[in-house]
Design a protein. Structure first.
Length: 331
């Protein structure tokens, strides 16, 4: 049964959500902490303990509310109701902060965070889009807290702005009948099923993700698709060709007419490689010095020639099989 233990800031129990979680998990050990940002007994755990850390919950009050300008699918990246995830994607950028972000942290002051977004938007003469899922997977989190359902209902009552989030999970049925007001954008991350199986343990399968995307679009939500991260395995071309074929066959016509496509090639790091080597010793390796090059301190990306070949191939495949859809960007 998940979770194994819960670490919590005592002040979090003063919030309605904190009290609800205390009751929901009353049979689980609760351990008081001073700060969700610094839990010494977790920060000092070795890399091999990464999977067991994923079975913990941390509950606190988010105190940092700094908005970061963004220029892809949103205007701002916004800290929101969770950080981290229970899934174990081997490339996840949050793992670069392993000792703080390996586990799922939940923040109980959702009213404060949403009110700030609404207030920030009210001061503008144009609609902003706020990315609220850059630090976690809100579909997954919603199965624990109900925060996303609450957020959609509350924000749907406003008449300005949009909220957007990506996901790798298919548990959307509780969202379908909410009054979202057309102001919520869900973007589904997809990859070939073999990539999901090998490198995205704990997430939903490809067919389930596509079905969830179709359901959300049919329910009037705005939707998008991320082909991300593109991983250049030995057999990547047939795998991604099969993926785009599957999308062309399974996506609803409404999704094809309305969704934009984002494509993101994988970046990796020394930290990722060290953790994965010890935590998943039998897993396939993502670091390959023959096809990767340095990108800043301790980070790796694919060589420019391979990256360019990958972009050309994906554009050709999409133009052949999903030519009615628009590629928003490739990075």
């Amino acid at each position: 049964m998940f979770p194994d233990r819960i670490y919590y800031e005592p002040d979090s129990l003063d919030y309605e959500l904190g009290g609800l979680l205390k009751e929901k998990y009353k049979d689980i050990p609760w351990i008081p902490i001073e700060s969700h940002n610094k839990i010494d007994e977790l920060r000092t755990r070795p890399n091999k303990d990464f999977p067991s850390l994923k079975r913990l919950l941390v509950i606190g009050v988010r105190k940092t509310h700094h908005y970061v300008p963004n220029h892809k699918v949103s205007d701002f990246l916004v800290p929101y109701t969770s950080s981290g995830c229970t899934a174990m994607c081997h490339y996840c950028y949050l793992v670069c902060n392993y000792n703080k972000c390996a586990y799922l942290r939940l923040f109980v002051n959702r009213e404060q965070m949403l009110n700030k977004i609404i207030s920030h938007q009210a001061k503008s003469t144009r609609d902003f889009t706020y990315e609220i899922g850059s630090n976690s997977d809100l579909i997954l989190e919603n199965t624990i807290t109900g925060n996303l359902s609450w957020t959609i209902e509350q924000f749907g009552k406003t008449n300005k702005g949009f909220l957007t989030f990506p996901t790798k999970f298919n548990q959307v049925d509780t969202l379908l009948n909410l009054n979202h007001g057309g102001r919520i954008i869900m973007r589904m991350s997809v990859n070939p099923q073999s990539i999901i199986t090998r490198f995205e343990p704990g997430t939903s399968g490809l067919n389930a993700r596509i079905t969830a995307l179709n359901k959300m679009c049919d329910a009037g939500y705005r939707v998008g698709i991320l082909i991300a991260p593109v991983i250049l395995t030995d057999d990547w071309k047939p795998l991604y060709s099969e993926l785009i074929t599957a999308l062309s066959l399974q996506l609803s016509e409404k999704v094809k007419r309305t969704a934009l496509i984002e494509i993101i090639f994988m970046t990796y790091s020394f930290v990722h490689n060290a953790i994965n080597t010890e935590a998943f010793p039998d897993a396939d390796k993502l670091y390959d010095k023959e096809i990767m090059t340095g990108r800043g301190r301790g980070k790796y990306c694919y060589r420019n020639d391979l990256r360019e070949d990958g972009e050309l191939f994906l554009r050709q495949q999409l133009n052949e099989k999903l030519k009615e859809m628009t590629i928003l960007y490739i990075v």
